[in-house]
Design a protein around this ligand. Structure first.
Ligand code: GAP
Length: 603
């Protein structure tokens, strides 16, 4: 990736995206709407390519994953069962002076001297305000500026000639209670639920409340039984879905990185609980935590599957041009993990806005999370809907029956403990939970269980932004008169490039060149996104395609008709020139071979 200064690069990227029709601000003619973005002609193609590649690699190219396309609005009980109604919130606070809104957990840690005031009075009217207020100053700064800010705060509460009351100074370390921009105290953080509410039907009462889905995943859990029964898949298998998700983010930021409407590509990969694997294969194998573990094995437990999916996803990113050195990894700590999750690895991309640590290293920001979610989601829906989410596994029933009694007891006991933990943590009274967990353990011995799940969950829009940032590069060229010009080249991997090939007649006013170029274009467009351009000098047209990220330009020139002039192929006719975007190199191939040549490189 090119390395201009971070925000300069983001500004250049955003300006290119608008100028070339990748990304526009939603509702721009009305001043825009924060956190919403539209994809223009090139952006729409880029996005479509990314989604098709994900869909193809996740479903069509695998025997063990099928697809789903569910509705955006679902029964609100789904979001109660999943925990989103109660807990899908971010802490929000406002600046007491400017009213600017912050996500409380994202405020940078600040240290310094906090000047507290118990209130203020108006020296002309004797009116008093007894609301406490504080201002944080960097150590060593004179307190006068804190007093000035405090006077502004009390003036907003109706005082004219402000006299501050009850001043005291306190040393503060690593606080998130002050506005980093002006030092003003913030309101206490309050949880803000991120789901967009709407009403289903005309009456718009509380009973009609529904939510725009904040993730695509829950539909997969809700439809698990239908998919399992109709797809003839056996655990382990996965269900993939991509589509819109909506979150009323407190502070959308970093261009499209944190949006309020975005798209997700999610896989729920259902696996057997480790106790079932052990009963069938004798033991649960683990895999080395480095590199791809190879083809899935029946003896894999959740750890091996989790590692496998992290590595599969890294392969996907590498296959579309994000090299390993542009990615990072964050394994969530026990404190960060949701209570039901066993592990979660985030794949990060080093965005231009990603922060550097003290050594100057960039960790990156989340592109995708791969979580091992145990059997929590299906269990929640089973309890909430009253419909069984369990499956019957004949192989397990047979294998369990052949185990020695002490092994049966050991596996049943482990499964019992795991189910008991889930049930008690979900608020089921202990006695009731014990009986239910015992029933589950007895069920395991008969081949019944609720599948566990590994969830690779990626954001389309974040990936688009990563691909744009990764592709962005500038070249400076000096012409014969010594004039330099810097222009942008988007070095997309051909698989994701919005336009795969541009077909250009060398000269517009030569009818035979124009007709041949048009015919070649027509022969390609049914197979890939092709573009035909005859306007302007050939150099300008190449530059336009470089800026759009088109990997190949095909030029029809005089040698196409007259035959190659020099070299071993001299005299050969009906050839075209292919120009490569990244190094400007040109090669000549037979027009009849063009489609095959291109397909081998763009798929
Ligand atoms: N079902 C799990 C889930 O939704 P998440 O980490 O909240 O997990 C998964 O979201 C992915 O969705 C993220 O890694 C990110 O790529 C994308 N995503 C989440 N919130 C987003 C937002 N506000 N704007 C753009 N993408 C977002």
């Amino acid at each position: 990736m090119a390395e201009p200064k971070e925000n300069v690069l983001m500004e250049k990227l955003a300006s290119l995206c608008k100028r070339r029709g990748f990304i526009f601000q939603s509702s721009e003619i009305y001043g825009g709407i924060q956190g919403f973005w539209d994809y223009g002609p090139l952006g729409a193609e880029l996005k479509r390519n990314v989604k098709e590649l994900w869909w193809s690699s996740m479903t069509r190219m695998r025997d063990d994953v099928v697809g789903l396309e569910a509705t955006i609005i679902m029964h609100p009980a789904i979001w109660r069962a999943s925990g989103h109604v109660d807990t899908f919130s971010d802490p929000m606070c406002d600046c007491l002076l400017t009213k600017k809104r912050f996500r409380a957990d994202q405020i940078e840690l600040q240290s310094g001297n906090a000047y507290h005031f118990t209130g203020a009075k108006d020296t002309t009217s004797a009116k008093e305000v007894s609301e406490p207020y504080a201002v944080l100053l960097a150590a060593g700064k004179p307190p006068e500026s804190a007093r000035k800010t405090a006077a502004q705060f009390y003036a907003q509460r109706g005082l004219q000639a402000v006299e501050l009351l009850g001043e005291r100074m306190e040393k503060v370390e690593n606080s998130q209670r002050f506005n980093p921009e002006n030092g003003s105290l913030l309101t206490p953080p309050v949880p803000f639920n991120l789901m967009f509410k709407t009403y289903v039907g005309p009456t718009a009462t509380e009973a009609d409340v529904a939510y725009l889905r904040p993730e695509t995943a829950q539909a997969i859990f809700a439809q698990f039984k239908n998919v399992h029964e109709t797809s003839r898949q056996k655990v382990p298998f996965g269900v993939a879905q991509m589509g819109k998700a909506f979150r009323n983010e407190v502070t959308p930021r970093n261009y499209t990185f944190r949006s309020r409407e975005f798209e997700q590509m999610e896989l729920e990969f259902f696996i057997k609980p480790d106790e079932a694997v052990e009963a069938i294969t004798g033991s649960v194998t683990t895999v080395p935590e480095t590199g791809h573990p190879g083809e899935p094995q029946p003896s894999w437990g959740w750890q091996a599957w989790h590692h496998y999916w992290v590595q599969e996803r890294v392969r996907f990113y590498e296959g579309i041009g994000l090299s390993l050195d542009t990615l990072g990894f964050h394994r969530q700590t026990p404190a960060e993990l949701a209570h039901y999750a066993r592990a979660c690895t985030d794949i990060l991309f080093k965005f231009p806005f990603s922060k550097r640590d003290e050594q100057g290293n960039v960790a990156g920001d989340e592109l995708e999370g791969i979580a091992a979610r145990s059997d929590f989601d299906l269990s929640q829906h089973e309890r909430s809907s009253g419909k069984s989410m369990g499956i019957f596994d004949e192989e397990l029933r047979t294998a369990f029956g052949k185990l020695p009694p002490e092994k049966q007891t050991e596996l049943k006991d482990r499964y019992y403990q795991a189910r008991l933990k889930y049930l008690t943590k979900s608020g089921v009274p202990v006695a009731e939970a014990g009986a239910a967990a015992q029933e589950d353990a007895d069920g395991l011995a008969k081949g019944q269980y609720i599948p566990h799940v590994i969830e690779p969950s990626a954001g389309v829009d974040r990936l688009i932004l990563a691909l744009l940032a990764n592709a962005f590069s500038e070249v400076t060229e000096t012409d014969a008169k010594g004039k330099s010009e810097t222009r942008v080249v988007l070095k997309f991997h051909p698989r994701v490039a919005p336009i795969k090939v541009a077909v250009l007649p060398l000269l517009k006013n030569k009818p035979e060149l124009a007709a041949k170029a048009r015919a070649i274009f027509e022969s390609l467009r049914g197979h890939m996104m092709a573009f035909h351009d005859e306007a302007g000098s050939i150099g300008r047209r190449y530059a336009r395609q470089d800026e759009a990220g088109t990997p190949f330009c095909v030029t029809v020139d005089f040698e196409t008709f007259e035959g190659i002039k020099d070299g071993p192929q001299a005299g050969v006719k009906d050839t075209v020139t292919i120009r490569h975007r990244d190094d400007g190199k040109q090669e000549r191939i037979a027009a009849s071979e063009l489609l095959t040549w291109l397909l081998a490189r763009v798929r």
